[in-house]
Design a protein around this ligand. Structure first.
Ligand SMILES: [Zn+2]
Length: 90
């Protein structure tokens, strides 16, 4: 990160330059930058240490969380800018 100004903006979750590495939303067909990281697992097929990650833009956060909660999967969320929490999802 060469610019302190851009660094500050990214921490505030505002505009990010096009060359930044903010990944896109996981919803099929959506190319908006993700704002939230959804960490989840399927207890039927994943070990407790396994963490699956989806990324959601503001528009699709509720859709993706609803998909997981309908299946009673363990879920937690954080900002895409936060480091991945490697503790098991209970
Ligand atoms: Zn989206």
């Amino acid at each position: 990160m060469s610019s302190g100004e851009f660094d500050l903006r990214s921490r505030l979750g505002g505009y990010l330059p096009a060359e930044s590495t903010v990944p896109a939303c996981s919803r099929a067909g959506c190319e908006q930058p993700a704002a939230t990281r959804i960490e989840w697992r399927n207890p039927r097929i994943h070990d407790v240490e396994r963490i699956k990650i989806w990324l959601a833009c503001e528009e699709h956060l509720d859709f993706l969380l609803g998909f997981l909660s309908n299946r009673d999967f363990p879920v937690r969320t954080s900002s895409v800018h936060d480091p991945v929490n490697e503790a098991p999802i209970q």
